[in-house]
Write a protein that binds this ligand. Structure first.
Ligand SMILES: Nc1ncnc2c1ncn2[C@@H]1O[C@H](COP(=O)(O)OP(=O)(O)OP(=O)(O)O)[C@@H](O)[C@H]1O
Length: 354
């Protein structure tokens, strides 16, 4: 088990795509670290470059005390789960899971015992004699996960490890993975498209855009205080309201409404400054009655979120969204008012958090 440190890591593919642009990242020993970001931002490239499946164009990869930048994948002592699993079609589940142990010359009985133990924990116990061709996509994915988890390595690298599981299994596997990672204490980097997964599982996470890391933090930090408008618009199950405004004395003029300066920006936005005002729909109090500092408008859309509703208000020529508890949702065409929470709203200046 080991810390991972990336220093100025750059990857330029033949043809000129710069997939990683001088990345610096330090992942402490034992951490569960998520890489999140839109398609094409460089997540898979980063994972593959740590694993040694891609050579770095510049910078270095350090695992534990060793600079592994020039080492072959096999010499790096990391285990990776790929999006496409790479299972051996002619081996049954037991042998697939036990394969890395066979390479390490672990005795047959011991490796079968380990395969059975990990397989059972991933709900594969009744499938151990089958071959990959006789399994569903989700089952194959669990075999690939089990194979990595049965291996002792300095670090685990997972590329979308749960992407082929159905919603329920995904939740179960998520809990299982987190628990097992805790028990094993192996430094783990995982790539996901699913921000709920990253928020739920990771100790810390990085949000990437075009080969750059735009924010590193705990899930709570990234969710509550996105460092810039890119992260603010990317993170969250409903998009954050991001509205252009101007500082006017001790209030902000946003979308034609006067709103209070958020607590976190108090005294830090001089009069006349152009800003972007950010507040999550979850941090709005919705009412049919006007209130000081609220955005007022006409209800344009009401969407059912299950236990709550997302209400979209037309406020002048912009839209403002608020999450409203079940039972108190308005009707389309009603007048509505959304009052932001001052302790949760944020101010961005030139795209960066104030
Ligand atoms: N083998 C390659 N040759 C050339 N360009 C590549 C290669 N692999 C990836 N790229 C490019 O590098 C950039 C980063 O790709 P990467 O697969 O790392 O992104 P990603 O964030 O993992 O995306 P996704 O979430 O869609 O899997 C993209 O612009 C992609 O087109």
């Amino acid at each position: 088990m080991a810390a991972i440190e990336l220093r100025g890591l750059t990857k330029v593919y033949p043809g000129g795509v710069k997939a990683l642009d001088a990345l610096d990242l330090a992942i402490p020993d034992g951490e569960f670290f998520a890489l999140l970001g839109p398609s094409g931002c460089g997540k898979t490239t980063l994972l593959r470059t740590i694993a040694g499946l891609e050579t770095a164009s510049g910078g270095s990869v350090v695992i534990g005390e060793r600079d592994v930048t020039a080492l072959q994948p096999g010499a790096r002592d990391v285990a990776m789960v790929f999006q496409d699993y790479a299972l051996f079609p002619h081996m049954d589940v037991t042998d697939n899971i036990a394969y890395p142990l066979r390479i390490k010359k672990v005795a047959k009985a011991a490796r079968h015992e380990k395969a059975a133990e990990v397989g059972a924990r991933l709900g594969l116990d009744h499938l151990m004699d089958r071959r990959p061709g006789q399994l569903s996509g989700g089952q194959q994915q669990r075999v690939a996960l089990a194979r990595v988890m049965a291996t002792q390595a300095q670090a685990y690298l997972f590329d979308e490890p749960l992407s082929n599981l159905d919603a329920r299994l995904r939740l179960e596997a998520r809990t299982f993975l987190k628990k097992l990672q805790r028990e094993l204490g192996v430094t783990t980097v995982f790539v996901t498209h699913d921000q709920a997964e990253a928020l739920a599982m990771a100790d810390r996470m990085a949000v990437m855009e075009s080969g750059h890391i735009r924010q590193i933090g705990t899930p709570a930090e990234v969710f509550q205080r996105p460092a810039n408008t890119f992260v603010a618009s990317f993170i969250g199950s409903t998009p954050m309201n991001l509205l252009d405004g101007v500082a006017r004395g001790d209030t902000l003029e946003v979308a034609g409404c006067k709103v209070a300066v958020p607590v976190s920006a108090e005294g830090r936005v001089p009069d006349g400054t152009a800003i972007v005002y950010g507040v999550r729909p979850e941090y709005m109090t919705y009412s049919a009655e006007p209130a000081d500092g609220a955005f007022g408008g006409k209800v344009a859309i009401v969407e059912n979120l299950g236990a709550s509703h997302l209400v979209t208000l037309d406020v002048g020529d912009v839209i403002v969204q608020a999450v409203v508890p079940e039972g108190s949702e308005p009707l389309v065409g009603d007048d509505g008012y959304a009052l932001p929470r001052r302790d949760r709203a944020l101010v961005y200046r030139d795209g960066e958090l104030v």
